[in-house]
Design a protein around this ligand. Structure first.
Ligand code: AP5
Ligand code: MG
Length: 190
């Protein structure tokens, strides 16, 4: 399997690029944000718990997220592989992902970080907030999401860095240009 962690701050283009990557490499897309928004929409017990946390821009507890991931891994085990979008977001989640993949005799091949400056992130997310009404795309929550990313999520890059699996990609430019940069990284693995 080809298992890729697509990493980066809120608004860096993880969702946008994942759509293109899954088509080219035939991977299964797992976005914990999308899975959580689905739970919120369906007003499940999990969704009702997560909604307030997401609207503040904080992280949902690790055990909830890991439970969702484990379920997806088992569903699609033995397939061509996964693209993890917005997960792992804490070192604990990264450790748990490793365990879950090891149970399937699998591993993460690479972590690709999309690098985009803060002003551009805020600009993109405010625009999407106006266009789609996503409830966490307002200035206060956007700023908190970026702060939470810097504080709690960035350390995950060191976790993969120690295993020499961390690569960075310039996330500024057209969607197609950025995609080409990502493809170059993937096609140069080993
Ligand atoms: P999540 O849904 O993961 O949101 P996020 O990380 O804040 O990131 P976004 O989805 O906003 O951005 P993106 O990088 O996918 O960019 P996109 O392609 O959409 O998480 C939401 C919440 O759920 C979290 O705050 C947390 O509460 C909870 N959560 C989720 N996962 C969790 C976990 N693992 N643990 C704990 N809690 C978790 O692009 C953004 C915009 O920019 C779009 O409008 C797009 O059209 C535009 N755009 C994309 N590329 C470009 C480009 N090249 N140029 C110009 N505009 C562009
Ligand atoms: Mg996204």
């Amino acid at each position: 399997m080809l298992n890729i962690v697509l990493f980066g701050p809120p608004g860096s283009g993880k969702g946008t690029q994942s759509e293109k990557i899954i088509r080219k490499y035939n991977l299964v897309h797992i976005s914990t944000g999308d899975l959580l928004r689905e739970e919120v929409k369906n007003q499940t017990e999990l969704g009702n718990k997560a909604k307030e946390i997401m609207d503040r821009g904080e992280l949902v507890p690790d055990d909830i997220v890991i439970g969702m991931i484990r379920k997806k891994l088992v569903e699609h085990a033995g397939g061509p592989g996964f693209i993890f979008d917005g997960f792992p977001r804490t070192v604990e989640q990264a450790r748990e992902l490793r365990k879950a993949l090891t149970d399937l005799d699998e591993r993460v091949a690479v972590m690709i970080s999309l690098e985009v400056p803060r002003e551009e992130l805020v600009k993109r997310l405010l625009k999407r907030g106006v266009e789609t009404g996503r409830s966490d795309d307002n200035l206060q929550t956007i700023n908190n999401r970026i702060d939470v990313y810097n504080r709690q999520t960035l350390p995950v890059t060191r976790y993969y860095g120690k295993m020499r699996k961390h690569r960075t990609v310039d996330g500024i430019g057209t969607v197609d240009r950025i995609f080409d940069r990502i493809v170059a990284v993937i096609d140069n693995l080993n």
